[in-house]
Design a binder for this molecule. Structure first.
Ligand code: B12
Ligand code: SF4
Length: 562
């Protein structure tokens, strides 16, 4: 019996990678090599990764297995159709088929839902006996002990940057709303026995490998043991981890000592509200810069995953995020557009809010807007994203991020050059017209004179037992968000306002006036102290008026709710 396992290619004018790029940055995932290893030895099994070699649709095979993420689904269905037309049965599994098994079943003969470890052999038996079932659903999660080593020998090894991929854990202890991992694995985090991982690593040729885990440090005790055991092997490795890894200096040190050279870290957003919205508040915004520095201190490169299009992202997000990457010398900024993947809580929310633009899965690729963003139009989000992708890999930005006296200088430059090739194919974008204004609006205003500040009094004291005897904050922080759909600029003020601060605020607000802005709402709720001169000035300029219908509208101005 002959089985052909297929990984569909993704055909897209600028997202698909050329052979050259695949060779520079791509590593083979472990899906089909794992499945091949689970196949009984009396069966001839072969793999085609369509990204690197064409499929032979005329091949003499008995059964075809297709995998695929959401974006690959339409191509997977085409492939299935071609084989089925010839009478060759097709089985589909993987992230997409597991999320939407009934949709998949319309295109294939059998669907595997979830992990294949406990199902594949039985499925093959059923096939041999002519009683293939329509669905095979994993009943719980498989044991991580004694997993067969993936059949890396079946890959065209020279077509990838590396085929040295190893998985040490499955799942993730977190549950971010946009992520497919917890949906697929439930809230489990399973670790393979360290001995088995070490054995697998020892068998790899060459000195570089990728741990394809979703979060290699999800269990710190396990990770510490693994890294300690890796040290003597003197390999170099790359992987993915959540930011929580950076909070354990011992773990980070061990990672570096065991050969870690690069980590993909899901930073996702620089907005606390965004992170809270998607259940990722464990990424603490005020700690991000420190976290990046901690990783760099060990000469580990950072590939930072950053998402655009979250509900609190306005037109300023693109420039703000790119400047953050430059300031923190992020080696490889990796921007994604928020993508509601079927099966995730994000998908359910977007669908119930009627915000999905369509269900053309091929467009669910992380680089195409497929939903209605909250604070901007689809077009602004798409163009801003394109701008950020291109701009991040302009020579100017590469220079700012990469030219500093740390190790691995050439690796940093070469990987940026490879990413630049991809970025250059992105269609033209533009920086939204209000971006500069929004950057400037949010700069902190330092206080000049704290002597005559009057603490806010009244209801606040009674309600919050705040302020009496407290020192006033010595800065004024502005949090400005523009809603392109409503054409309103919201400015939340926090800290203290003296006369100079009020002047600067007036200047900035006047400077911010733009044809696009039809109203500015100023929220004074979090202002702890004003000087009387500041109140006079703000009032004279009309910034404390609370009436509707005016260009400026104050919410919680001093002396009313304060
Ligand atoms: C390595 C990896 C990558 C590599 C892939 C390199 C490559 N050559 O493709 C990189 C980093 C480049 C990558 C990129 C992307 N990835 Co990725 N990636 C992974 C990761 C971490 C591991 C994949 C792996 O090897 N798993 C190990 C194998 C053993 O598990 P498995 O694939 O699930 O297979 C098992 C079962 O599903 C089942 N099975 C699977 N297929 C089939 C087929 C048959 C016939 C049968 C019977 C069974 C079966 O059996 C296997 C054994 O149990 C997964 C997360 C994960 N834990 O799987 C994400 C993941 C697959 N990626 C994901 C995404 C979204 C992407 C991107 C689209 C991100 C983006 N926005 O750009 C891109 C797309 C790239 C592309 N063009 O294909 C999502 C997919 C979600 C979805 N529902 O589509 C995942 C699940 C991660 C996540 N956070 O949600 N990725
Ligand atoms: S930390 Fe990463 S892998 Fe874990 S649930 Fe969140 S996005 Fe997914």
């Amino acid at each position: 019996m002959k089985i052909r396992l297929i990984d569909p290619a993704y055909e897209h004018p600028y997202i698909s990678h050329s052979q050259k790029v695949i060779k520079n940055i791509w590593f083979a995932h472990l899906t089909l090599t794992t499945l091949a290893a689970l196949t009984p030895p009396d069966i001839e099994v072969k793999i085609t990764d369509e990204n690197v070699e064409p499929i032979d649709f005329k091949e003499d095979v008995d059964l075809v297995g297709v995998t695929g993420m959401v974006m690959h689904a339409p191509r997977a269905y085409q492939i299935a159709q071609k084989f089925r037309q010839r009478g060759v049965p097709v089985v589909m599994g993987g992230p997409h088929a597991s999320s939407l098994p009934h949709e998949a079943k319309e295109h294939v003969d059998a669907v595997v839902i979830g992990e294949a470890e406990n199902l594949w052999e039985g499925l093959i038996k059923d096939f041999k006996n002519g009683c293939l079932k329509p669905f095979y659903k994993a009943d719980g999660f498989c044991s991580m002990k004694k997993l067969p080593f993936p059949r890396l020998d079946l890959l065209c090894k020279d077509e990838y940057m590396t085929i040295n991929c190893v998985q040490t854990t499955r799942g993730c202890p977190h549950q971010c709303d946009f992520c497919h991992v917890t949906h697929f694995f439930g809230k489990t985090y399973r670790c393979r026995p360290v001995d088995e991982v070490i054995e697998e690593v020892k068998r790899l040729e060459g000195d570089f490998l990728v741990f394809i885990d979703d979060n290699i440090a999800g269990n710190r005790r396990y990770a510490k043991e693994l890294f300690t055991r890796l040290k003597p092997l003197k390999k170099k490795w790359a992987s993915q981890a959540s930011m929580t890894l950076t909070r354990d200096p011992e773990l980070l040190k061990l990672a570096a000592e065991s050969g870690c050279v690069s980590l993909f870290i899901g930073v996702e957003s620089l907005s606390e509200e965004n992170l809270k919205d998607v259940n990722k508040a464990f990424n603490q915004v005020h700690q991000i810069e420190e976290a990046m520095k901690a990783v760099h201190d060990y000469d580990i490169m950072v590939v930072a995953g950053l998402i655009f299009g979250l509900d609190h992202d306005d037109e300023g997000v693109f420039e703000r995020t790119l400047r953050f990457c430059e300031r923190n010398r992020i080696e490889l900024p990796s921007f994604f557009l928020l993508t509601p993947l079927p099966g995730t809580p994000l998908f359910e929310r977007m669908e119930s809010e009627g915000r999905l633009l369509h269900k053309d899965w091929a467009q669910y690729n992380g680089a195409t807007v497929v939903f209605k963003p909250r604070l901007m139009t689809e077009e602004t989000l798409q163009r801003g994203f394109n701008w950020a992708c291109k701009e991040a890999y302009s020579w100017g930005s590469i220079f700012k991020r990469v030219f500093h006296p740390q190790q691995r200088f050439f690796t940093r430059v070469l990987s940026n050059v490879a990413y630049r090739r991809i970025a250059q194919r992105t269609p033209e974008g533009y920086l939204p017209s209000l971006s500069r204004i929004l950057q400037r609006m949010n700069d902190t205003i330092p206080l000049q004179n704290t002597r005559d500040l009057i603490q806010q009094v009244g209801v606040k004291i009674a309600e919050k037992k705040l302020l009496i005897g407290q020192k006033a904050a010595d800065t004024l922080q502005l949090y400005s968000v523009y809603n392109e759909r409503l054409k309103i600029l919201f400015v939340r003020l926090e800290g203290s306002i003296d006369r100079e601060g009020a002047r600067e605020l007036v200047k900035r607000l006047k400077g911010a006036l733009h044809v696009e802005i039809q109203k500015v709402i100023l929220d004074f709720k979090d202002v702890r102290a004003f000087s009387s001169e500041a109140i006079v000035l703000l009032s004279r300029k009309g910034l404390l008026q609370t009436e509707e219908g005016k260009l400026w509208k104050a919410v919680n101005p001093p002396g009313i709710n304060g």
